[in-house]
Design a protein. Sequence first.
Length: 642
Amino acid sequence: MGIKKETCEFKTEVQQLLHLIINSLYSNKEIFVRELVSNASDAIDKARFKEQTAPELFEGSNDFKIRIATDSENRTFEISDNGIGMTFEEVNENIGTIARSGTAAFVEALEKSNGDNTISPELIGQFGVGFYSAFIAADKITLVTKAAGADTAVKWESDGKGSYTVEETEKAERGTTITLELKDVEEGDQDFTEEYTIRHIIKKHSDFVTYPVVMNVEKSEPIPEEEIVKDAEGKPVGEPYRKVRADETLNSMKAIWTKSKDDVTEEEYDEFYKHISHNWDKPMEILHKRFEGITEYDALLFLPSKAPFDMFRPERKNGMQLYCKRVFIMDDCKELLPEYLGFVQGVVDAPDLNLNVSREILQEDRLVRNIKKNLVKKIFAMLEKMDQEKYETFFDEFGQALKAGLPTDFDNKERIASLLRYKTTKSDGKYVSLDQYIENMKEDQKEIYYITGENMTSLINSPLLEALKARDYEVILMVDPVDEWVAQSLPEYKEKKLKSAEKGDLDLDETVDDEKKDAYTPLFDFIKEKLDGKVKDVQVSNRLKDSVACLSGDDAGMSAYMEKILKASGQDAPAQQRSLELNINHPVVEKIKAVFETDTTNPVLKDYSDLLFDLAVISEGGKIDNPARFSMLMGDIMAKSI
């Protein structure tokens, strides 16, 4: 049987990424060391977890550690671990295409972040391209790995210029070894073969890694008395110390979540946050608490400062890690926090959990459900205590995620609603809470009015709000797609009903004289006939004050924005027609009525009917069916009026 070997081309998007990494500038080249150490730690985490169910694979080889070796003469940097290792197929999947999902967003973020083609550490960490960050410092990378229980090992090799090779090879022990053939050191650059440099980097970035990061370093040790050379007078000749090489553990391995928060410095929190989140910014808030009672567990949670680029992607991982007595159980632990709080990064260490616990068991575990309930309460309390400016900064980043909790977390609906913030027709671009809105309501106002759409300017100037503005009523402006589900999930707040400004009767007690209304009935019936298939009805508006036309829906109907969202996402929006509302106090409607009463066969009446409908569509930010015809008719009308 021959040795399996493949030469593969990197995917186009990965080649693009590699080109950027190899040819760009860096604000911090040492970041690749942190990323490789973090990957090694993850591999050992997986091995320790596997050991719980298959101990025979690890007999005599469970002294887990990460080893770094440098060679200044040959200019190599080597990092190895005795973790889970990888099979041939896993190497192709995890190394050959590791950056596929985040590459496009990485490139976009790089272009937006600066104009000097500089890749910053936060970009490397945030977009999951850690392994490839080694090409910052290396001309060539060789990876040799052997999976737990495998007979053969796998060798992956690439210079990052378009292709890589994968082949079967031999390796005595389980785990992974990565060797970097380093680029030449330029003036002012760090030398990644220097012991001092590596020791400094590990202490700075990887001090909290759970496993020993070991390097064979040069040390001074006292020369034993019997080996000391002495002169004729019995005095020592030369230095009493000699240089030796010995293994040194470079990191403290402090599980800071098990310590009292009074014993953890801000710098330690920041570095641990960077380690688990791969973010480079400081956390916005930290929750560190030991929960005591029938069961005890430690929790260390971080609120990030910036939303991740993939926050709403289905494949995004939850930020929580689960430990039992400092033994890693799993990451992406969705059972510890609801999905809408998945951006929170952190660790929970629950000593009473079974080490062999599975995701399926976690879903039914009473302790885990209790942990989840308590963590959510603490996160809400933390958000509620934030000062206004800081909270609004948080809400700008994560408000959409909070809103997504309303339709899914019934138990906390009221609390989530109290944390929502919106701009309104009267807030002058500032945020208003629902509680503040209620405080500001007019004495005769019974409901909380809102309107949804994709553009703040269009909403604040919408004809649908004219009657509400005339009464000095404040209207909430909802411009996020998720706000449609907020409105559906929150029919009322603190005994005040939420009322859409574009659906149903606004209940403003504004009546139109029946005789005047009846006078327009024939014209409205005519327009309805001409717009057959486009509108459900044509009626006198109690919304409009200055504009001529608008479209409104039924109370239980779908908003125009919701229909647009569904269509944009490729879903079939249920067929629906809205009512065309006309302002009978507007001179245009009065003049159309005069033309109609003079000659019902006048062809311009059909044109006017279409124009009224198109004007209503445009006023809500919609697209009309025939822009060319609209433009031609408007041109004719303008020419005749001048």
